[in-house]
Design a binder for this molecule. Sequence first.
Ligand code: KIV
Ligand code: ZN
Length: 448
Amino acid sequence: MAMEQVRITIFDTTLRDGEQSPGCSMNHQEKLRLAHQLDRLGVDVIEAGFPIASDGDFEAVQAIAAVIQRPIIAGLARACRPDIECAWEALKNAVRPRIHVFLATSDIHLQYKLRITREQCLAQARDAVALAKSFCEDVEFSPEDATRTDPEFLCQVLEAVVTAGATTLNIPDTVGYTVPAEFGELIATIRRRVKGIEKVTISAHCHNDLGLAVANSMAAIAAGARQVECTINGIGERAGNAALEEIVMAMRVRQDRFPYETGIAAEHLFPASQMLSEITGVPVQPNKAVTGRNAFAHEAGIHQDGVLKNPLTYEIMTPQSVGVPDSKLVLGKHSGRHALAIRCEQLGYQFDRRALDDIYRRFVRLADKIKHVEDHHLLELIRETHKPASSATPLFEPLATAVAAAAGAANQEPAKPFPMAAQTNAFGVPLPVGLEQHHDQEDYLWGV
Ligand code: KIV
Ligand code: ZN
């Protein structure tokens, strides 16, 4: 009989921590649209916002709680009565509500930001969790800046909030300071030292200031964390949060190292990434793992040749598995004859070896000048080379003629450079212009 796999809870905070990043704020309708996509994607928890932060946040959390029924809907609250009551007011109609309470625990935050002692911090955390518990069965507690907190004190606070009724203990690397081995050890220490830990779920929440958010999250899972907090495209404060799509695919591709399952329907990853980018107007970095426009693009001739023979030569996951419509061969100066021949065929032309060599020489000269050779460039080149006496055989005469005609039209305009990331989506499709640009962030009253 097959062993049942351990399930990792995917807690998505795109609408809360992600939305806090510059340029990523969303309006009510946009939040609802994304929440539906997160539901389709199969996340277990949607952190819908920080209800006390603004009326807009409150209303968005309330609306999401009312219409999205499957996942848990979480709302963030500082460890104080007004925040917790407000969060509950926004969440109370959810099928599965969760109040997420946080309080900083590191000395640097206690001394300079909150101006309270460790004893006061411990009491405030315990009381806040008890208050949240009086409203809601499902309570998560986060000791903010946990990775710069004295581990001894951290364990004391965690034990107190477990006694007060917390069901999830989230360990934030708020400033993206930790490294994988250290973070794994911290999770192991918490598991060893905190009484009652076996009754609750340990969670990891990593920021990407050193580019380690995903690696740290994976280390936490390996050490026993069973929930990870992450965002689509890794958006979030400063350098961002751990990228959901990267964590999920790392687990899926490396089942030998991470034999866990998630509820994520991976074929919705790319659409979710595109939707977020379209809503915020913030493009996905081209070389972004899993969802960047180059993530499945092969330009080097040797790679193109290999991928065409068998995609497994250079692809560890298929583009289709994450919802990317198709692998994309980028034609540039490193491309080889094999890829060129395939693209010519896709455009309706088949060449024998001699004719292909001829086209290829011209193609390389052109690619040297313009970096990326687009289809219309190639068609122009073919038309120049393909004289009636040549050995090119149009495969589909009507298509070839039509495309060539289109290329002719394109000739009247100066050749366009390869689309810039800021203006296009992963497939060079222009993003809608005139999208409202969001710049100013709400002041979330951290530490007040
Ligand atoms: O990074 C952080 O510490 C947070 C907490 C509110 C969980 O986002
Ligand atoms: Zn955070």
